[in-house]
Design a binder for this molecule. Structure first.
Ligand SMILES: CC(C)(COP(=O)(O)OP(=O)(O)OC[C@H]1O[C@@H](n2cnc3c(N)ncnc32)[C@H](O)[C@@H]1OP(=O)(O)O)[C@@H](O)C(=O)NCCC(=O)NCCS
Length: 170
């Protein structure tokens, strides 16, 4: 049984380890710690199997600066599942729970830069369809958006700005 819940303070070292092992490097694990220190507007969820934290996803604030107004949403990144627990639906449960929580708040959209054959199953589509561009040079189909509030997004197009910690980490 997979349980998805919000991060608790005692999960912090395990989340670091999960991301380190999922990505095989420290960049994403350290980025999560930096964002946690710097931002209050985060959604950090863990996947628990038994009593063990085996997966993690973070959502942080993103803005799209249109010509007349700026719209706020969230960016999904990073997400990691321990290698021995991958392909069992844990990543999907993290994404779906995160989206449901954000949709019940006032989040207008969720962005993700990731595998183009993974995220569309959750409703993501190329962000370019909404005229939303990445601040980085990335393949068009890898930069995806899930619009949660069509009316807020009406007429908005422009560059999506992630938290500066992302550029600093890369
Ligand atoms: C991506 C990740 C979080 C998915 O978690 P998961 O628990 O394995 O995901 P699920 O079991 O819900 O879904 C499995 C599906 O994910 C897709 N998938 C997983 N890794 C993928 C990859 N590298 N490229 C494309 N699709 C991938 C596959 O379609 C797979 O479906 P299949 O088993 O039918 O082939 C996990 O593989 C991971 O931690 N990877 C390393 C870190 C990473 O790349 N994070 C994502 C950054 S965008």
């Amino acid at each position: 049984m997979i349980k998805i819940r919000k991060e608790q303070p005692q999960d912090i070292p395990t989340i670091h380890e999960v991301n380190k092992r999922a990505f095989g490097q420290l960049i994403e694990a350290d980025l999560v710690d930096t964002l946690r220190r710097n931002c209050k507007d985060l959604l950090s969820l863990v996947a628990v199997v038994g009593n063990e934290v085996v997966g993690h996803v973070l959502f942080s604030a993103v803005t799209v600066e249109g010509e007349e107004r700026t719209v706020e949403g969230m960016g999904l990144a990073p997400m990691g599942v321990l290698p021995e627990y991958q392909r069992q639906g844990i990543g999907s449960a993290l994404v779906r729970t995160g989206i449901a929580r954000l949709a019940s708040g006032d989040c207008a959209f969720v962005l993700v830069l990731g595998h183009a054959d993974y995220y569309p199953r959750f409703g993501f589509e190329p962000a370019s369809r909404y005229g939303v561009r990445s601040e980085w040079d990335v393949p068009d189909d890898a930069f995806m958006i899930l619009v949660l509030n069509e009316s807020v997004m009406q007429g908005i197009s422009g560059v999506a700005k992630y938290r500066p910690e992302f550029a600093e980490a890369m």
